[in-house]
Ligand binder design. Structure first.
Ligand SMILES: C[S@@+](CC[C@H](N)C(=O)[O-])C[C@H]1O[C@@H](n2cnc3c(N)ncnc32)[C@H](O)[C@@H]1O
Length: 280
């Protein structure tokens, strides 16, 4: 052992890594689960003249919608289906935990492919945030619609959202300032031959010292851009009796107003969002 005195060391600095919760920023930027569930319930009421009970949220991710659904009525139950365990775990620890106990028992989630046979039966099957655009050819999309048709209760509805317009066929970047963070939607590419497009979501977030930090590619989507008539045709071909389109209204300054009504014709616009609904 050396007789030298140990040198005084400076206090150890523990660097706590800043955690970036991409699902939280996603929810605050693009999701409106509280509003979506009202639209689903009211659409079923409008078409069927009665209340639904069971919602199946396909491609559910963190199943925020299922958690909002069961808050609407003590009779309402929800099933979430997703292949990925990561968002499911997030939903279990962040959303289900916060539900009152009786509502918690009415949400079930399964890690499964939406193409699997034997998925839970439902009055409404919903595919939100354009998740079904992951199916890039007619045979895959029709397999999915067929599976929805066979697992819907009699008179049930399939509800999918969709978007389009000339702006969605160009590379571009759009930033939305949410004060605490900036949401960035990037369209990387669009191929007019295949109608395939690649999109990314990035975020800029203020750190503890007030500096902006960019989080690139928090989410990436590789999709086929389907048109409304194509989706309706495939629903009809897989057994849906009727299909409907719900189109968004516009505010005075030409922005979408978040109110969707059943239409026979749409309007020309640079970018639009709509719902296509199939009735079993
Ligand atoms: C665009 S995110 C949408 C999440 C959620 N629906 C929302 O509104 O935010 C798409 C989700 O679909 C899931 N997914 C992709 N292919 C799937 C499949 N074949 N079966 C089940 N889930 C799938 C992904 O894991 C991902 O969580």
């Amino acid at each position: 052992m050396s007789g030298r005195k140990a040198k005084a060391t400076s206090p150890i600095r523990v660097e706590v890594p800043e955690t970036f919760d991409r699902y939280d920023y996603y929810r605050r930027s693009v999701q409106s689960a509280e509003v979506d569930v009202l639209f689903m319930r009211d659409t079923y009421r409008e078409l069927k003249g009665k209340d639904p009970t069971v919602l199946r949220e396909d491609f559910c991710g963190t199943f925020a919608i299922s958690c909002e659904w069961v808050k609407l009525s003590p009779r309402f139950r929800a099933y979430g289906i997703d292949v990925d365990s990561e968002p499911i775990l997030y939903g279990l620890t962040h959303y289900v935990e916060k539900l009152p106990k009786p509502a918690r028992d009415r949400v079930k989630v399964q890690q499964a492919d939406v193409l699997n046979p034997g998925l839970p039966k439902a009055d409404i099957v919903a595919a939100m945030n354009f998740s079904h655009y992951v199916f890039k050819d007619r045979s895959m999309m029709k397999s999915y619609f067929h599976n929805c048709h066979s697992t819907l209760n009699q008179g049930g509805i399939l509800l999918v959202d969709c978007f389009g317009g000339p702006l969605c066929q160009k590379s571009n970047v759009e930033e939305t300032d949410h004060k605490s963070h900036v949401y960035i939607w990037e369209q990387e590419s669009f191929d007019p031959v295949s109608n395939e497009a690649v999109y990314h979501i990035h975020f800029k977030v203020k750190d503890a010292s007030g500096r902006w930090k960019r989080h690139n590619r928090a989410f990436t989507y590789d999709w086929r851009m389907w048109s409304i008539p194509e989706l309706r045709e495939m629903m009809r071909e897989t057994g849906f009796r009727k299909t409907h389109v719900f189109w968004e209204g516009t505010t005075r300054n030409g922005e979408g107003d978040g109110v969707f009504t059943r239409v026979e014709r749409g309007e020309e616009c640079e970018a639009w969002v709509a719902y296509v609904v199939g009735e079993k």
